[in-house]
Ligand binder design. Structure first.
Ligand code: CTP
Length: 419
């Protein structure tokens, strides 16, 4: 790892809004510059009440952008280019007001307009009074922003400048710097590789209010997405309904049905690595009702007709832009390894993580640990019972080794890899 300049070649757009924590952003600019990043800054009107444009531009070594309609700023770099030229946008500190604007698509100054016009990943480091943070309106906005793929760093808990204590302090500059470094993970072994992970259950509608689902918690798939991200891969997670937060830095797409999952996955291809950990429903209801089914006195219960769902793992394995490595899961109640190998051949994937489920030692669904066996075409490698995070870490280690070996053999980068 290049310790001296872990962010060399990276460009960060820092949006500084109003809050006493703005002083920490000056330290962050210094750290980012020292780490080798190019830093451009937008200072809102509120932000400039706490720190001066002069300090920001002196530390970032660039003009500071303040005004949406300033001819000078626009002639040098307009708000569209500001976001396009950054690899990552960090809003720190982010006031409750700026978060509310972001959540609602309001663009009435340079900061909010740039954020709305952005096509780049956005991180937010909130800073506000604990009451403001806890307000239902703020929490609603946070939920919306998370759904939109925004990553939150903090806030931390502690004594506030206003004298009150609670959740709302902006995290320290060092923590923000670490979060940015781990986001870029520049020297990580999978930097430059694109990975797709499916996770969670699918819900197949019976009518607008009822569905057929399953007990998958998504814990294993989400842990794999997070571990791939930590290893530096550019990860897209396609997930069914789960009660889990988005893994940091992972592009997360929410779907409900198998058909939606397939469409979302196909839109991600080409990629280098695909891990299908979702518990996809094998069938969907062919005669799903458009309106809520009513129970009528004396009437027969409804009959559901099923039709087969597409097999996402098999589709990805046979795709014209097939990833270099396609991995599936097989939860079996008996004879896990031989069923897994049969499944591997039938679906055309490279590896299967097989687990025997339904035993008291290994309930798998919803549990935090898992006992799996890594089955390839020629090997069978049983792993001990591990926490799902550890299963994920171990799998990613194997993936890293595989990609290294394959790249050495081919001596060329796969087309899906970012330049
Ligand atoms: N899978 C998939 N799409 C489907 C069904 C399964 O992508 N429609 C994937 C799962 O994500 C998993 C693997 O296939 O990686 C095996 O899932 P499993 O449910 O065990 O396989 P099935 O084909 O449903 O076989 P079975 O008859 O044992 O249920």
């Amino acid at each position: 790892m290049t310790m001296t300049a872990p962010l060399a070649g990276r460009s960060v757009l820092l949006v500084i809004s109003g809050g006493i924590a703005a002083y920490k952003s000056l330290e962050l600019i210094r750290l980012l510059r020292k780490g080798g990043a190019e830093v451009r800054c937008i200072l809102t009107k509120g932000g400039s009440e706490f720190i001066t444009p002069l300090s920001v531009s002196a530390l970032s070594e660039h003009p500071v952008y303040t005004d949406l309609f300033s001819l000078k700023d626009e002639s040098e770099m307009g708000h569209i280019r500001l976001s396009r030229e950054a690899d990552l946008i960090l809003v720190a500190p982010s006031s409750a007001d700026l978060m509310a604007k972001m959540a609602n698509g309001i663009a009435d100054d340079l900061a909010s307009t740039t954020l709305l016009a952005s096509n780049k990943p956005i991180m937010v480091a909130p800073a506000m009074n604990p009451e403001m943070w806890a307000k239902a309106s703020t929490q609603r906005n946070i939920e919306t922003l998370k759904q939109d793929g925004v990553t939150f760093i903090g806030p931390a808990s502690g004594e506030m400048a206003c004298g009150e204590t609670g959740l709302g302090r902006m995290v320290e500059a060092e923590d923000l710097f670490d979060a940015i470094c781990s986001y870029f993970a520049v020297s990580a072994p999978l930097a430059g590789y694109r990975a797709l992970v499916t996770s969670g259950p699918t819900y197949e509608p019976i009518d607008p209010v009822r569905f057929i689902g399953n007990r998958s918690s998504g814990k294993q798939g989400h842990a794999i997405a997070a571990a791939l991200r930590r290893a530096g891969a550019d990860v897209t997670l396609v997930t069914g309904p789960v009660a889990l937060p988005h893994p940091v830095g992972v592009r997360t797409i929410h779907i409900e049905t198998a058909a939606e999952m397939l469409a979302a996955c196909e839109a991600v291809l080409p990629c280098d690595i695909a891990v299908c950990a979702a518990a996809v429903a094998d069938w969907r209801v062919e005669n799903a009702a458009d309106h809520k089914m009513k129970k009528r006195a004396g009437a027969m219960p409804p009959t559901l007709n099923f039709t087969e769902n597409p097999d996402i793992l098999a589709t990805i394995s046979a795709h014209k832009t097939r990833p270099q490595l396609v991995i599936g899961f097989a939860a079996e109640t008996e004879d896990a390894v031989s069923s897994a190998r049969e499944k591997l051949v039938r679906k055309g994937c490279d590896w299967i993580l097989a687990n025997q489920v339904g035993t008291t030692e290994n309930p798998a669904f919803g549990a935090d640990s898992n006992q799996v066996t890594l089955v390839t075409r020629s090997t069978t490698d049983p792993w001990p019972t591990l926490a799902k995070n550890e299963v994920a870490e171990r799998l990613v280690e194997r993936i890293v080794n595989f990609m290294k070996e394959t790249d050495q053999t081919n001596d060329q980068r796969s087309p899906a890899k970012a330049s």
